[in-house]
Design a protein around this ligand. Structure first.
Ligand SMILES: *Cc1c(COP(=O)(O)O)cnc(C)c1O
Length: 496
């Protein structure tokens, strides 16, 4: 139950004369300092700062911190985003003084521990991908896409080829066509079949010698592993194009199959998704890319290389990369996220990583079968690590939208799933439970959704009813005050 008074502004709580700290009286003369600074530079304004006691301040911020949802406090079935639990052990390791107290301008010799760790991560990511070389520089998945497309552009330039198009399936994440455009290519959409896979006939029609790259997500955003992926790769390769794998869904296939084995030439990872780096609220993330040997010369500079072996081994930053696209990120990339990924992979080991994927897929299928009777899953009855349900029937029969359903989930303490994505499913509700949730959590979530779909449409249109802010981006919000706590004391609405 939440007391909405706690969300009052500090200015509203202010009472003249209150203080959180009291400083001793100044015991040095002040005037001479004022004399040294020209009068025009001295502040004269009297800032109306709030005046509060320390407990008021602490409660204000402590309460504010509970108004949001997080993986530590709530189930977060945000499809495509892989919001799995972030093990505290990785936080502790990433915060060790030997990591956080380094300065990026230190000489390589004094950074051997960190360089060894990052080199080890490169090697592991290369093995998991089934590809030859890795760059850790890109700062997010989308940045990895852009970087890899720049690598592809450099490769084709050196081949003396001018290819202008990038193909993306209609179920692709918006970052795919966006990265293509940012890199100066024309993004061309390839349709899906009604079964949710890449339409091979449409692909053949759109595939010509102008196509540089086909960007595929596999399993795709419908949570389906495309069984024709090998055939797709062959078709693209026959025309001289490259296959890019959007690796955001690696959680489904870790240790089960390797993108390189099904024809991928380059891919990105989202360590903040697959390898449990904390995310949400915009990052920081990371977007390491893995590529085949033929694309390796074009990777960003510098890369981390190992010289010598055994006791003589040392690690260096290699800037001698004349064909490289250059730097895409300062220093070593978002090191903190990369260290957590390293810890996560080392903790699980090869068999553990495979079990991560198996349990992610098991959890998703369990939840799919529990939700299917309430919200149909058009591309069921089985899925990989996530599935896309639809509220279309609910909308047609009772006027209740996907948005209404997921907004109501907030009132019951669940983060809302992704909605209206992928665009190929109407009234889409995209659910990814991840492997870190228990059966009890999944059951309770399914039971809550069962209650919600039977609630009166008016309740659902107005949801969420118990959060301090309702729907700031909705037309409905224009009709009623957005900040509920401003609506003079409404106990009926704030009981939760
Ligand atoms: C999250 C995601 C991306 C983008 O990754 P960021 O790290 O958020 O930039 C790309 N594709 C898919 C399928 C994703 O889920």
């Amino acid at each position: 139950m939440r007391n909405t008074r706690d969300t009052q502004l500090l200015f509203e709580l202010s009472k003249a004369g209150r203080r959180a700290v009291e400083l001793p009286a100044c015991d040095v003369p002040q005037e001479p300092i004022a004399d040294l600074i020209p009068a025009r530079l001295l502040a004269t304004c009297d800032l109306p700062l709030p005046e509060l006691t320390e407990p008021q301040l602490v409660r204000h911020y402590a309460n504010l911190s509970t108004l949001n949802m997080s993986v530590d406090t709530h189930f977060y079935p945000l499809g495509s985003c892989t919001m799995k639990y972030n093990p505290k052990r990785n936080e502790r390791l990433a915060a060790l003084p030997g990591i956080v107290d380094l300065h990026p301008y230190q000489p390589d010799e004094s950074l051997q521990g960190l360089l060894a760790l990052l080199y080890g991560l490169q090697e592991m990511l290369s093995e998991i991908a089934g590809l030859d070389a890795v760059s850790l520089q890109p700062a997010a998945g989308a940045h990895g896409e852009l970087t890899a497309l720049m690598v592809a552009a450099a490769y084709f330039r050196e081949q003396g080829e001018r290819r202008t198009k990038i193909l993306t399936p209609d179920s692709a994440h918006g970052t795919n066509p966006a990265s293509a455009s940012m890199c100066g290519f024309d993004a061309v959409t390839v349709n899906s079949t009604s079964a949710g896979f890449v339409d091979l006939e449409d692909l053949k029609q759109k595939l010509d010698d102008q196509v540089a790259v086909f960007m595929i997500t596999n399993p795709n955003t419908l949570g389906l592993f495309d069984p024709y992926v090998r055939q797709i790769a062959d078709l693209v390769h026959e025309r001289g194009g490259l296959i890019y794998l959007d690796g955001a869904n690696m959680n489904a296939i870790l240790g089960v199959t390797r993108p390189g084995d099904f024809g991928t030439d380059m891919m990105h990872y989202n360590p903040h998704k697959t390898f449990s780096g904390p995310h949400g609220g915009g990052g920081p993330g990371a977007g390491p890319i893995a590529v085949t040997a033929q694309l390796e010369p074009y990777l960003p500079s510098p890369t981390i290389v190992k010289k010598g072996n055994g006791a003589d081994a040392c690690y260096q930053l290699d800037y001698d990369r004349p064909r490289s696209i250059g730097r895409v990120r300062s220093f070593f990339g978002n090191t903190g996220v990369l260290v957590r990924a390293y810890c996560y992979i080392m903790t699980h080991g090869p068999d553990g990583l495979r079990r991560v994927a198996e349990n992610a897929v098991l959890n998703a299928n369990y939840l799919l079968s529990r939700l299917q009777p309430l919200l149909p899953v058009p591309h069921g009855p089985r899925c990989a690590h996530e599935f896309v349900a639809t509220a279309l029937t609910l909308k047609q029969q009772r006027g209740v939208t996907a948005m209404d359903v997921v907004k109501r989930l907030l009132d019951f303490g669940y983060h809302a799933p992704t909605v209206y994505f992928p665009l190929t499913v109407k009234e889409a509700i995209m659910v990814e439970p991840t492997e870190t949730e228990s059966k009890e959590t999944l059951d309770a979530f399914a039971e809550t959704l069962r209650q919600i779909v039977d609630e009166p449409p008016e309740t659902l249109h107005a949801a969420p009813l118990m959060t301090p802010v309702s729907r700031p981006d909705e037309v409905a919000a224009a009709r009623k005050p957005v900040l509920r706590w401003r609506e003079a004391e409404q106990p009926s609405q704030v009981e939760g």
